[in-house]
Design a protein around this ligand. Structure first.
Ligand code: RNT
Ligand code: ZN
Length: 417
């Protein structure tokens, strides 16, 4: 049987369950996911040689890490070729590209330092999202926007402001909004004597960053919270309550990273509450494993639940989806492709649920039938629908894409050392 014939058979099975697979694929093709550049080089960036700091860590030293902008761009291209649809790329300020021997510190970054990224995005017809980099820098230890040292705090405020200008440049050049996410690693390893002071300074710093003029229809500033970091186990300045309240009060977006909460807390459950009170929401989709918050996204239950909350609440246009993980122990291009395709599969899974029927069962108190149907739907032939989607958008089906990554590893990655 051809892929199309399999799809047609699957379409019939879903149709009987009240699901329109053609419509699902039509919606899925328009979902743009922001692919994080930092998976390609273990979050090193191009503006300094120091270690990765901020309580985040990559482990492993799989060969072939991108060492230059050209290598990173080539690797991202390779990944994007294997992912159906049109997506965005997500950059950090530390990925500035300095030309002709010049250098600018984080507080002096300008749009021109990202000219090559704009060129890259333009040629591929994709957008760019952005992140100020408040880590991996000599001035980032131990505090940034919550520092008691006024000159350090001002340095990072200028960095935030510079990043807003760069984000607006991306939006204007590329004709699509830029999501700019602020995350700071500030926190304490052990029991604080003052939890309020750092947060008050952080709030004031954010006020100063946001005080510069910018176009809110072009730049969506977000604030990402976190419950812990390595070396910041006892206290983070940017806690969940801080970030959600600050964002709501100041007209910016909350960004929820599903690796940043207590272990039994799930972002999927937070999404509908956020949607009730905020017009837009941003997500970092990732996978927490014990102490780590940044494993490659799998097609696991929580990823599917996140997708369901977005899809069945009709919020595809209100939720900005980005991936955030970094694994240096496996082929880095595969890490991207697996995560991106899994996010799409999770969305497809959600789109293939008879949402109205399931909701009616819940509302009517038919919990037995609700469970029966939800469980049976898990083995419906989604794979045949997914493969057809891959065929439609000219990317390899099933694990066939991996042959291309292997070849690229032999031809390109293995030659880097
Ligand atoms: C860290 C945050 C943050 C970073 C990236 C590199 O815990 O999740 O989003 O991972 O900005
Ligand atoms: Zn994150």
């Amino acid at each position: 049987m051809t892929t199309k014939q399999r799809y047609e058979a699957a379409r019939e099975i879903y149709r009987e369950a009240g699901v329109d697979t053609d419509r699902a694929l039509d919606i899925l093709k328009d979902v743009h996911i922001s692919m994080h550049c930092w998976q390609g080089d273990d979050v090193r960036g191009f503006d300094q040689d120091g270690p990765l700091s901020g309580g985040i860590q990559t482990t492993g030293n799989y060969p072939g890490r991108a060492r230059t902008p050209e290598e990173l761009m080539a690797d991202m291209d390779m990944a994007l070729r294997l992912i159906p649809g049109v997506h965005k790329i997500n950059l950090h300020a530390s990925y500035a590209i300095f030309e002709n021997g010049e250098f600018a510190d984080r507080d002096a970054l300008e749009p021109k330092h990202f000219r090559k990224w704009v060129e890259f995005a333009k040629q591929r017809g994709i957008g760019i999202d952005f992140n100020p980099t408040f880590f991996s820098h000599e001035k980032a230890e131990p505090f940034t926007l919550s520092s008691t040292d006024e000159s350090i705090r001002q340095f990072w405020i200028r960095h935030g402001q510079a990043c807003i200008r760069i984000s607006q440049y991306f939006a204007e050049e590329l004709g699509q909004p830029c999501v700019m996410n602020i995350w700071i690693p500030d926190g304490l390893k052990d029991v604080p004597a003052d939890r309020l002071g750092p947060r008050a300074r952080f709030a004031d710093s954010l006020d100063q960053i946001l005080a510069i003029p910018y176009d809110k229809t072009k730049v969506y500033v977000c604030l990402e919270s976190k419950v812990f970091g390595i070396g910041m186990e006892s206290y983070t300045v940017g806690s969940s309550e801080f970030c959600v309240n600050y964002a709501a009060k100041n007209g910016i977006l909350s960004l929820m990273d599903n690796g940043h909460y207590h272990p039994t807390e799930v972002v999927s459950d937070k999404i509908p509450s956020m949607l009730l009170f905020s017009e837009k929401l941003a997500l970092h989709v990732t996978r927490g494993v014990r102490w780590d918050s940044d494993h490659v996204v799998l097609l696991d239950d929580e990823t599917k639940e996140i997708a369901k909350e977005i899809v069945r609440n009709d919020a595809i246009d209100r939720v900005f989806l980005a991936l955030d993980y970094f694994d240096a122990s496996i082929n880095r291009i595969s890490a991207w492709v697996v995560g991106m395709r899994n996010m799409q599969k999770a969305l497809l899974y959600a789109l293939l649920q008879p949402a109205g029927k399931l909701k009616a069962l819940q509302d009517a108190g038919n919990f037995t039938e609700l469970m029966v149907l939800q469980e049976e739907l898990k083995l419906y032939p989604m794979g045949d629908v997914w493969n057809y989607f891959c065929e439609l958008y000219h990317v390899p089906q099933r694990e066939e894409w991996f042959a291309q990554v292997k070849r690229y590893e032999e031809d390109v990655l293995a030659k880097r050392n």
